[in-house]
Design a protein around this ligand. Structure first.
Ligand SMILES: [Zn+2]
Length: 319
């Protein structure tokens, strides 16, 4: 990105103004996410889970890196970098990127609350959709009555994108995504951009309960056309009670548990708050929420360190 700025400054007289504008706008956006990602404040543990999930969907180069930015409001979003940007940078400036960035933003307040960040998997779902055109394919493969207007189609496309992102998240964090939707957008009705919260929760619950659902079928048809894996439960919710009851981190056993820990942690939190017993009996509700989130972060961090150590040992042996 730095190279692009330097090159744009150097070639400012040769480049067409619209090219300069396009390149600098993308660099500005990317720098917000990159600076968030190098700060000490980045939620490494949840981003690790997102990177791990990405390996299920991106199996060939280029390599993708998840970058994060913080928002002052209670909101999450995904900002895509169009492939044209990378093409333009290479064609006009000769700058070639070895990595692509996936830009997700989360509320500043939640940076160390992994249990509130299961919605980042929904944002990652928007990225996978953007890469493979899943929601567009869903629209193309559906049937419409002749009176359907352009504005109806636009709404249907946005709703498809939200349903797909919810289901994508449910593949990794199960019901945690439905719980978060219920708490962040309670009783929201249909809007032009999002389906009603209750409809979104029902679709997620049908998928998790293995019930027939037209939206799930539609997503799977589109995924199959693109040669991608179908929606499936890619998480395992570990039994964390004996560790967390003793205020100890849980020792994660598999990558499915990396994702499933967010679900297990959220369930533990819901059950515990308002009913604090044992070692938790004298802890305030606010402290309990902070400490449970902290235990989740520590459990993930321990796994990350073990994996890194294992990886280093394997590569040393192989060398
Ligand atoms: Zn969304």
């Amino acid at each position: 990105m730095r190279q692009i700025i330097a090159q744009v400054q150097e070639k400012i007289d040769e480049l067409a103004p619209e090219i300069t504008r396009e390149l600098t706008m993308q660099v500005w956006a990317a720098s917000r996410y990159l600076s968030g990602s190098v700060s000490r404040e980045i939620p490494y543990e949840v981003v690790y889970g997102l990177d791990l999930a990405l390996t299920d969907w991106v199996t060939s180069p280029p390599k993708y890196i998840v970058t994060t930015a913080f928002l002052a409001e209670m909101n999450y979003h995904f900002e895509g970098v169009p492939e044209q940007f990378y093409d333009l940078a290479e064609r006009t400036l000769g700058v070639r990127f070895n990595h692509r960035v996936v830009q997700v933003a989360l509320p500043q307040l939640y940076k160390h609350q992994p249990l509130n960040n299961s919605l980042l998997y929904h944002e990652l779902g928007h990225f996978v959709d953007q890469q493979h055109g899943i929601s567009k394919l869903m629209l193309m493969m559906s049937t419409f009555d002749p009176n359907t207007t352009m504005s109806d189609l636009k709404i249907a496309l946005s709703h498809n994108a939200e349903y797909f992102a919810d289901l994508f998240a449910a593949c990794y964090v199960g019901d945690a995504v439905a719980v978060m939707l219920g708490s962040m957008a309670p009783n929201y009705g249909d809007s032009e951009t999002h389906p009603a919260t209750q409809k979104r929760i029902s679709v997620v619950q049908d998928f998790l309960g293995d019930k027939d659902n037209l939206m799930v079928q539609s997503c799977n048809k589109a995924l199959a056309v693109q040669g991608l894996p179908l929606l499936s439960k890619r998480f395992k919710s570990p039994d964390i009670a004996s560790c967390f009851d003793n205020v100890r981190p849980y020792q994660i056993q598999s990558k499915e548990e990396v994702h499933g820990l967010l679900l297990a942690g959220q369930r533990y939190l819901v059950q515990s708050v308002g009913n604090l017993t044992g070692l938790w009996a004298n802890v305030s509700e606010g402290d309990a929420i902070r400490m449970i989130n902290d235990l989740v972060e520590k459990s993930l961090r321990n796994w990350m360190v073990r994996e890194m150590w294992q990886h280093d040992r394997t590569s040393q042996n192989g060398a």
